[in-house]
Structure formats: structure tokens, C-alpha cells
Write a protein that binds this ligand. Structure first.
Ligand SMILES: [Zn+2]
Length: 454
């Protein structure tokens, strides 16, 4: 299960990151803070912190000005600063109590900040900073960092909070790799940010099963790398990618217009399919669709009209396509199950759930990839798994054998612009080498391959 946890960690998404920076303190207030800092508290800093020639500093040229240590929009030197990480089961009230904040103040802060960043969203293991006038005074600010992209400033005195997005710079990068153990390990070996793996999965996950890829599979990718303060923090959008799986070659080209955005193959067909490959990520097929299976509990031959995906208890189960929930109920055999109608032809059913996801009940519309429940072993099940059943025109069929109708093609009028962008991306992809030493060796031994690869 450690592997699953790792994968979960690797897949942390930062999609919400807003590229706009909000400056907390305007030039004017920096000016006044500096004045307060220097004149009232008698602060002085070491000589190596001499002022740079920024505007604010220039205005202060008649004062003995030093470059202050600023973070989160505060001049840290003017505060008593404490840094720590939230401990398991630790509440904000406990932390603030240790920093001399009265309970009524905490209570007011919790209520005043609920709509901005609810303190119930604070997580153990995440870092925080507390600013106070001095070691014995009550804390004035509690600053929490949910992720590298932003921080939250809780203003204790005024019982309010503010979320500040950090400024992200984006640079276009390219990368490549040849897989030996797993896509994730290859990312590590090539010093690539690991969320690039999940971005690649977004591009090719509809065609390639990344959990059963083979040694020697290879990829090339052109992508946006996000940095904060010149430090890479993760992969952004992939602009184009190439993947060779067994003898199949795949290209994914990013394209967007005002109506749609996504990945397309070289013939401008969408990479995204109408149905997900499976209803659970990181799962393995533990029993296939089989009209003549020996049932492990009933101890007799009984058709298995579904595909079983084994996964740990509590793993999210996803709707494989958009649709409407027709059933969310329980029977002795199925345990807790959900059935979804996708269109007049297809329905899907998910059995043995531990519980339904919040809000899942008959009549509710669900989107492709939406969590509808969690893996369990209710009903006739020997262990945690989803029995996934696919209905076509009222009959249960093996979805792994189905050829689904292709998704809507790109509008004709977009194709010329797509071709232009595609040619540029493909040309750049072709220029990328497989760099690492390990890789060089395996490329040597596969020269015939190389001629067909880009
Ligand atoms: Zn089953």
C-alpha cells in the first residue's frame, strides 16, 4: 500500500494555482512600516543588508536605510517570528493558546475567516509562521502555507484572513526518458518533477495503461515548468508529447480555442474518449468478465458479468462517463451499489461500495471522473474491490472488448491552425534526445527502433 500512498502524493495537483500575484502591502504602507520600524522600535540591521535601489528605498534616502528581511509582505525583523509545523490532531486554538492568544480572540478569528480559508482546512504536517511583537505578547498574525502556490494570513487582531497567491513564472522545457521500472521512477532518475508523470497521464491515459507499461517504453515531452522565486515547483501544461508503448507510437498535441481545449492526435482526433478505461485509478483487474466463472463465495459456476478491480478500502470510485444516477441502493449480493445511465445505449454499475460519495442519489447528474463512492466489500465480496458492470442496450457486456463511438471530432475550421501548431510541436519533439546514460545504452541496442522513432 506504500506504493499507493506514494502515487497519491505524486499526483498532487496544483491546477488551482492562480498566476496573478496580489501584493499584500503597497508601496505606501511599506514606506510607513519602514518608518515605524526604524524610528519607533529603534531597529537596526547588520551592514550587509544595505539598501538596494528600489523605489521605496529611494524615497527614504535621507534616513539610514537598510534592506529589510521581508516575507509574506511583512518586514520580519520588526516581529518576533516563530515557525513550526502543525502536529497531528493539533487545533489552531492550541497553537494560538501557546502564543498567548485569548480563547475569545481565537473564536472570533475562526468565525471571521470561515468564508476565506476555514481553519478546519489546516492540515497536520503543513508549515506555519507566527508573528508577534515579542516573545511574551499575544500573536498578531498566523500564516499558513497550504501549498507552494499560496499562503493564508490570519489577522488575529482583526479576526479576518487573506489568501495570497504567489507569483508563478512559466518556462517552456523539454524532457525525455526511457522506462525501466515505472514512469514515476523514470521521472526521478531524470530529475524531472514528478507531477509531469500525472500530466502525461492526462494526455495519454485514454490510450495507454500506465500501470502496465513495459521496459523500454519511452517518452518525449514539451511542457511548461512553473517556478516560484526561481525554484521549480511543478509541471504546468504539456504542450505536446510523444509516447512509444510496445510498438505503438502516440502523439498528443495541446490545442485550444474559445470553445474547447485538450489533446489531439496527429489527425486532429481528440485523445479523450467518451468512457474512462476503468472506474478506479491504481487498481488491478482481479477478475475478468467471464460467462463461466467458479464463484469464490457461492462455490459454484456462475457467470461473472463484470470486471473486478481490486483496490484498498476507501479508494475513490469514478463515474466512467457523464450521466444520471438511476440507482444508489443496496442488495444482499451487490452490497452498496450505484447505477448510472449515460445515454440511450449505455449504463454502468459499480458494486460492493463501502459508501456512496456525498450527494449521490437517483436523479443526480454526474460528470466523467466524478467520485461516486468508495471501494469496499459490502455484499458478496471476499475483499475490497469494485465489480464494474457495463450495460449496452440492456445487456451486460465486457467493456474491455467494446469499441466505443469516437468522441466528437475537432471542428473543420480549426484544423488549419491545429496543423500549424502541430507541425511546430512535432518538429521540436523530434529534436529531443534521450539523454541519460542508462538511456544511451538502450538506444544503442535498439537502432532499428530509432529510425522510426522521432
Ligand atoms: Zn465482479
Amino acid at each position: 500500500m506504500a506504493e499507493n500512498q506514494l502515487l497519491d502524493r505524486l499526483r498532487m495537483r496544483f491546477n488551482q494555482a492562480n498566476k496573478k500575484n496580489i501584493y499584500l502591502i503597497s508601496g505606501v504602507s511599506i514606506f510607513s512600516l519602514l518608518l515605524i520600524g526604524y524610528l519607533l522600535t529603534g531597529y537596526s540591521s547588520p551592514p550587509q543588508k544595505l539598501a538596494s535601489n528600489s523605489n521605496q528605498d529611494a524615497q527614504l534616502s535621507s534616513f539610514p536605510v537598510f534592506k529589510p528581511d521581508t516575507k509574506y509582505g511583512f518586514i520580519l525583523d520588526t516581529f518576533h517570528v516563530s515557525k513550526d509545523k502543525i502536529k497531528p490532531n493539533q487545533f489552531l486554538s492550541q497553537i494560538l493558546d501557546e502564543h498567548h492568544v485569548a480563547y475569545e480572540k481565537v473564536d472570533a478569528l475562526v468565525r471571521g475567516s470561515a468564508d476565506i480559508f476555514d481553519v478546519r482546512k489546516l492540515r497536520a504536517g503543513k508549515g506555519y509562521t507566527i508573528l508577534a511583537k515579542d516573545a511574551t505578547s499575544p500573536a498578531q498574525y498566523f500564516i499558513y502555507e497550504p501549498d507552494v502556490y499560496r499562503y493564508v494570513i490570519y489577522d488575529i487582531e482583526n479576526a479576518t484572513a487573506k489568501v495570497v497567491e504567489r507569483e508563478i513564472t512559466t518556462e517552456i522545457k523539454s524532457a525525455s526518458g526511457i522506462i525501466e521500472a515505472s514512469l514515476w521512477q523514470t521521472m526521478v532518475d531524470n530529475n524531472l518533477t514528478q507531477d509531469l508523470a500525472s500530466r502525461l497521464e492526462d494526455v495519454f491515459g485514454w490510450s495507454i495503461d500506465f500501470y502496465h507499461i513495459q521496459n523500454g517504453d519511452r517518452f518525449k515531452v514539451i511542457y511548461e515548468e512553473n517556478s516560484i522565486d526561481n525554484k521549480p515547483v511543478g509541471a504546468g501544461k504539456i504542450l505536446g508529447a510523444y509516447y512509444k508503448n510496445y510498438d505503438n507510437e502516440y502523439y498528443g498535441i495541446h490545442f485550444e480555442n474559445d470553445k474547447h481545449s485538450g489533446y489531439f492526435d496527429l489527425e486532429a482526433r481528440p485523445m479523450k474518449k467518451n468512457f474512462l478505461r476503468s472506474p478506479v485509478k491504481y487498481s488491478r483487474i482481479s477478475s475478468r468478465f467471464n460467462k463461466n466463472r467458479f464463484h469464490p463465495i457461492l462455490k459454484r459456476r456462475k457467470a461473472h458479468l463484470g470486471t473486478d478491480y481490486a483496490a484498498p478500502y476507501g479508494t475513490p470510485i469514478l463515474s466512467v462517463a457523464n450521466g444520471v444516477v438511476t440507482k444508489a441502493s443496496r442488495t444482499r449480493g451487490n452490497g452498496k451499489y450505484v447505477k448510472i445511465k449515460h445515454d440511450k445505449t449505455y449504463q454502468t454499475q459499480y458494486l460492493h461500495m463501502q459508501k456512496f460519495a456525498k450527494g449521490i442519489s437517483p436523479g443526480v447528474h454526474v460528470k466523467q471522473g466524478q467520485v461516486i463512492g468508495y471501494v469496499g466489500s459490502t455484499g458478496l465480496a471476499t475483499g475490497p474491490h469494485v465489480c464494474f458492470r457495463f450495460w449496452k442496450n440492456g445487456r451486460q457486456v465486457n467493456h474491455l472488448r467494446l469499441n466505443f463511438p469516437p468522441p466528437d471530432p475537432m471542428p473543420e475550421k480549426d484544423i488549419p491552425r491545429f496543423n500549424e501548431e502541430k507541425d511546430k510541436i512535432v518538429e521540436q519533439l523530434n529534436k529531443i534526445d534521450y539523454k541519460t546514460k542508462k538511456v544511451a545504452a538502450s538506444v544503442e541496442s535498439e537502432k532499428e527502433d530509432q529510425e522510426t522513432a522521432p
